[in-house]
Design a binder for this molecule. Sequence first.
Ligand code: HEC
Ligand code: HEC
Ligand code: HEC
Ligand code: HEC
Length: 219
Amino acid sequence: MKRLIIVLLGLILIAASANAGVVGSKHDLSTSGAIADKSTDQDRVCVFCHTPHNANPAVPLWNHEMSGATFTPYTGLDLDHTPWTSAAGPNELSKLCLSCHDGTVAVNSLINNANPTMGSGNELDASGKLVSSANLGSDLSNDHPISFDYTVADAGDVELVDIATVKSSSNLHFYGSGETDMECSTCHDVHEFGATADMQPFLSESKSGSNLCLKCHVK
Ligand code: HEC
Ligand code: HEC
Ligand code: HEC
Ligand code: HEC
């Protein structure tokens, strides 16, 4: 009986760590967070990205200042979709990520709640902006394409898995009114850093053996 309880407790612990969530992850910028330059005076985790009222943009109740940068798209070798123009920029959902990850807006630049005090000199510079490789910049021409309709790229392309199969055989999500747009959050799960190295950083599918890439690309 004792052994059974120990085994059950072990299983519960494994289940808990497999779904650790945003608290204590690199996306927890509060005092309980994982980064060295985490806040010294704000213990609320969600507040860096969400607010219950007066959000902007409204969906998903956003609380972080958006970036005013002009973005450059990946233009590709042999793309079947037409990339967005710099004038239009990426879709709003990906711009949520870029509000921190283009490196032009401080991570503690919030709409509601006084801007928390952050550390600096590690992940952040003195003004609270991301430094290091997590700062993708606003030139996305050297990053995997985002903010386009997957079905347009896939139409007639035998080297891409059809979207119905991708959806039914993976944890990858598509967005927009038809749920066909590919965004940062197609590959990334912003709330879950990943319990094992192959699921990190914040991946929705394991990158082991390039499983993630092979969910869409027939190569
Ligand atoms: C680093 C930024 C960030 C933090 C911190 C964060 N979120 Fe989010 N959240 C997002 C983004 C971006 C989306 C948009 C959808 C997506 O990308 O999955 C989202 C979407 C959501 C959604 C709607 C979609 C879904 O996944 O159900 C809920 C609910 C949510 N967040 C709750 C929370 C709560 C509760 C917390 C705190 C415990 C939190 N989030 C912390 C960035 C964040
Ligand atoms: C959710 C599906 C999906 C995933 C996952 C994915 N890709 Fe893509 N990838 C695409 C689509 C769609 C395009 C655009 C194809 C087009 O328009 O012709 C693309 C474009 C590319 C291109 C540019 C092709 C060109 O003509 O310039 C490369 C290279 C690439 N992906 C590699 C990868 C790698 C490596 C991975 C894994 C780290 C990956 N992709 C993961 C769907 C995906
Ligand atoms: C409120 C600011 C903020 C927003 C919004 C945000 N992030 Fe982050 N993100 C961070 C910080 C801070 C780190 C930790 C950086 C570091 O470790 O150097 C991070 C780390 C990451 C990492 C891991 C980088 C690494 O080196 O391990 C990934 C991947 C990532 N974010 C993706 C996303 C995606 C995708 C979105 C949108 C769905 C998003 N982030 C939205 C602040 C943000
Ligand atoms: C096609 C899938 C895919 C898309 C789309 C995608 N990423 Fe990633 N991203 C990855 C993978 C896989 C890694 C891990 C790379 C590695 O481990 O070598 C990664 C790593 C990162 C990192 C860490 C980089 C580093 O070197 O520290 C950040 C930050 C990040 N992504 C943010 C974003 C943001 C923001 C977007 C949208 C603008 C985005 N990603 C779109 C697959 C993707």
